[in-house]
Design a protein around this ligand. Sequence first.
Ligand SMILES: *[C@@H]1O[C@H](CO)[C@@H](O)[C@H](O)[C@H]1NC(C)=O
Length: 154
Amino acid sequence: MGRGQELLAVLQWVFAPLLLLLAELSSGLQPTYQWRDAETNEKLTCQQCPPGTFVARHCTRDRQTECEPCPELHYTQYWNYLEKCRYCNVICEEKQVEVQQCNATHNRVCQCQEGYYSEMEFCIRHSECPPGSGVVKPGLVDICSSGAGLCGFN
Ligand SMILES: *[C@@H]1O[C@H](CO)[C@@H](O)[C@H](O)[C@H]1NC(C)=O
């Protein structure tokens, strides 16, 4: 055995358990799912697909799961074994602004425009306090610092 080979043998001896451990750790991090192969009727443990992708082909006995990126306007937020990505189904209404765009990992997020208050998924115009009385507690009906206490709708 040459010097280099000797070194290699030692390195392997040292690192092999470490690599095994790493492999185990990473396979532990990568979620799996049970899948029955339609052809062989064999029960398999397939790897799931990461967020932003979906299962294009389930694993077989000799091939790992094949993941593909979500198409436009679709997303997967979590590790999954979906055969299709979810559609970004949140649509911003009138009086709402988009605060988070639809991308491969997140659905769209909308928020009421400034001056509007969210109540049961509707955006309702803030009531306004009369001039000279500040808003103490904003809400469907603001509580004002002076006057009648409650302000009506505007
Ligand atoms: C999608 O949007 C989220 C939230 O804005 C962001 O954290 C994430 O990095 C984005 N993902 C991609 C793939 O652009």
